[in-house]
Structure formats: structure tokens, C-alpha cells
Design a protein around this ligand. Structure first.
Ligand code: ADP
Ligand code: MG
Length: 258
């Protein structure tokens, strides 16, 4: 039996109002989200779980401003996303959200350092500055000795660390990850989850992770269970920012490099 906890004193950083998403496939309509209503406090670590096709990725992409809802609204860090132009949405994504994907999505021709520094190219940050920042991030994630490696020369876990460092480049308040451990063995996957947990517990990042793995979800403060585009269960396991949240020292994060 889950312990039900509710925090009312931490302000919401993400709120969904009757979110709907329908896709047209030929003359058929598919409902991916069937009216979701929820609020996520700043600093919470949320796992979004549910069977394949339940709407997890669709929800994450709408909350991250990568897609737009068919109906309803979403307010993230004070911005009503449905009212932003495409350009404003791109700016919102760049400054507010760090994305991590199952397939890493690194640029194969660039080194680890260059991949991490890439968001700084788009932000017109001078090369020296962006490479300094990329180095600091890779070092913090235990990758200081892999700066010049290309993605193909790195293990899956190392590639995902590069992707996490890249997601952190602009110091966004929110990290969103779609099945971040899906391509990793379970031990490496847990290292990645400990890093995300650390970013939440120690740096007060709000973390949203889509997963169908209960072990991955065990790192979260809260599990939102989806089925057929609806929230069927909203399980609060600990309060956002709670001292009781699992805390991980950086040394421990760096220990099992694989
Ligand atoms: P999950 O990530 O939980 O596996 P998705 O959010 O990817 O689920 O998909 C939810 C539902 O919406 C599924 O039925 C899927 O087929 C449908 N869907 C998702 N994206 C599209 C799309 N671009 N076009 C048509 N249908 C889509
Ligand atoms: Mg998905």
C-alpha cells in the first residue's frame, strides 16, 4: 500500500489543464491523451509509467513544448505553452527543458565535449566559454577522461552521460527523459538514474522520467500511472525536496563508470 503524501507548500512548475491529444491516421482518430489534469511541484522527481501506447511520450513531448495539445492547456515555469509562437516555444525549450532520450541522439561526428557544448553554439556562446562549461559538466559526470571520444567510441552508459551533460548545458530547471535507461543494461541504467536523482535532490531540478521499468520508477518521488491516455493512479511516495529522498554523493555517482 503506497503512502499517500501531498505537498501544498511547494509551488507548481508544471500544470496540465484537461490535456487532450488526438492524432489523425487516415480517416481514423487516435486518442493519445484523454483529458489529463495534474500539477507538479518544483523539485519533484516524477516517473510516468504505463503500458506501451498509453500516451507517456505524447505527454512528455507536450509538457516539453515539442508538441502541442489538441485541447486543454499546459503552464510550465509560468509560461502558457499553447499561447506561445513557434519561436517563443523554441526559446522556452532551450532555456527551460533539458531532454534526454532512449537513443541518446548524439551527433556521431562530434566529440563528447563538442556534443555537450552544442547548445552553446545555438546560443552564440564563444567557443572557449562553451567548451569550459562542457568540460565542467562532463567532469562532474565522471567523463573527464573521455572528452575527445566520439559517440561510437563510448559505451551506452557513457553516451547517456554525455547526453545528460548536454541536457544540463543551459542549466534548465526541468529535465525530461523518455525511457533514458531503455538501451542500457540494468546496472548502467541505475547509474544513470542515480545521476538524475542527484540532480533532483541536490540541485533542485524537477525531473520527469518516462519508463515502464519499476526499478527505474523506484527513484521517483511520485509515479503517475497512465492507461489509454488517462491517469489511472497518482502515487506520491515522498514529498518533493524531502530530506528522506534518496540522496547520492557525487563520488558515488562517479564510482561505477561503465
Ligand atoms: P507510449 O509512449 O506510452 O508508448 P505514445 O505517447 O507514443 O505512447 O502513443 C500514445 C498513442 O498515440 C498510441 O496509440 C500511438 O499509436 C498514438 N500516436 C502517438 N504519436 C502518434 C502520431 N504521430 N501519429 C499517430 N498516432 C500517434
Ligand atoms: Mg513512448
Amino acid at each position: 500500500m503506497a503512502i499517500e503524501l501531498r505537498s501544498n507548500d511547494t509551488p507548481a512548475i508544471i500544470t496540465g489543464y484537461n490535456l487532450e491529444k488526438h492524432f489523425q491516421l487516415g480517416d481514423q482518430w487516435v486518442t493519445a491523451l484523454a483529458g489529463l489534469q495534474f500539477s507538479i511541484p518544483r523539485g519533484q522527481f516524477v516517473a510516468i509509467m504505463g503500458p506501451s501506447g498509453s500516451g507517456k511520450s505524447t505527454l512528455l513531448y507536450i509538457l516539453g513544448g515539442l508538441d502541442r495539445p489538441s485541447a486543454g492547456d499546459v503552464v510550465v515555469a509560468g509560461r502558457p505553452l499553447t499561447r506561445l509562437t513557434g519561436e517563443e516555444l523554441a526559446e522556452f525549450r532551450r532555456l527551460t527543458i533539458g531532454f534526454v532520450f532512449q537513443a541518446f541522439h548524439l551527433v556521431p561526428t562530434l566529440s563528447a565535449l563538442e556534443n555537450v557544448a552544442l547548445p552553446g553554439v545555438f546560443a552564440a556562446i564563444p567557443r572557449e566559454l562553451r567548451e569550459q562549461r562542457a568540460f565542467r559538466l562532463l567532469k562532474a559526470l565522471g567523463m573527464a577522461d573521455r572528452l575527445e571520444h566520439r559517440p561510437a567510441q563510448l559505451s551506452g552508459g557513457q553516451q547517456q552521460r554525455v547526453a545528460i551533460a548536454r541536457a544540463l548545458f543551459n542549466d534548465p530547471p526541468i529535465i525530461m527523459a523518455d525511457e533514458p535507461t531503455g538501451a542500457l543494461d540494468s546496472k548502467t541504467g541505475q547509474t544513470v538514474m542515480r545521476m538524475l536523482r542527484y540532480l533532483c535532490s541536490r540541485q533542485n531540478k524537477t525531473v520527469l522520467v518516462v519508463t515502464h521499468d519499476p526499478v527505474v520508477a523506484s527513484y521517483a518521488d511520485r509515479i503517475i500511472h497512465l492507461r489509454d491516455g488517462q491517469i489511472i493512479r497518482d502515487e506520491w511516495r515522498r514529498l518533493a525536496g524531502s530530506r528522506r529522498a534518496r540522496q547520492t554523493e557525487p563520488q558515488e555517482v562517479n564510482r561505477d563508470v561503465s
